[in-house]
Design a protein around this ligand. Structure first.
Ligand SMILES: [Zn+2]
Length: 171
């Protein structure tokens, strides 16, 4: 887990990101989380891309096995289960704080008025994209994003067990 400021991104990291995404990563400002092997799992992206496009998803999950695992959860009944967690006042309050933390991390790289107050994944009141929420949880570490933490706990993928070299994964 790494929150801003970030050390400079290496050419080796950019090469792994390109392989993971199948295209060059745009607007990279840092590597926010890594696999135990060192490969990036979450990239931090500028809130304004080099071509000027506003980009709210500051923490983006790049690891193919991780994104596949989140897609499996989204296709299952898990979205409903995670949404239901927000009916608990404490969880809902923590989720609002996660939203604020996300915006705070991103603001270190500039304020972009088109996306002011907009974070990612459905925060602060809905659960819409587990890729974004898990990305935030991996970047921030446990205890910041309760829904992202829960999604990772339910996931078959873990940053503690490297599967980067397995077929269907890359890096
Ligand atoms: Zn790995």
């Amino acid at each position: 887990m790494t929150t801003p400021p970030y050390p400079p991104v290496s050419d080796a990291d950019l090469a792994v990101l390109r392989e993971q995404l199948g295209r060059p990563a745009r607007g990279v400002v840092g590597i926010a989380a890594r696999c135990v092997c060192g490969n990036p799992t979450v990239v931090a992206t500028s809130p304004r891309l080099p071509d000027g496009t506003p980009f709210p998803t500051f923490y983006y999950l790049t690891h193919p096995a991780a994104t596949a695992a989140m897609s499996v959860l989204e296709a299952d009944h898990v979205m409903r289960e995670l949404s239901d967690l927000l009916s608990d006042e404490e969880v809902a309050a923590a989720y609002r704080l996660a939203h604020e933390a996300y915006l705070g991390d991103r603001s270190a790289f500039g304020e972009v008025e088109e996306i002011a107050g907009i974070s990612a994944g459905g925060m602060p009141t809905r659960v819409k994209c587990l890729h974004a929420l898990a990305g935030h949880a991996l970047a921030a570490g446990p205890g910041v994003n309760p829904i992202g933490d829960r999604a990772l706990a339910l996931s078959s993928w873990s940053p503690e067990r490297c599967v980067c070299a397995e077929p269907g994964s890359s890096g």
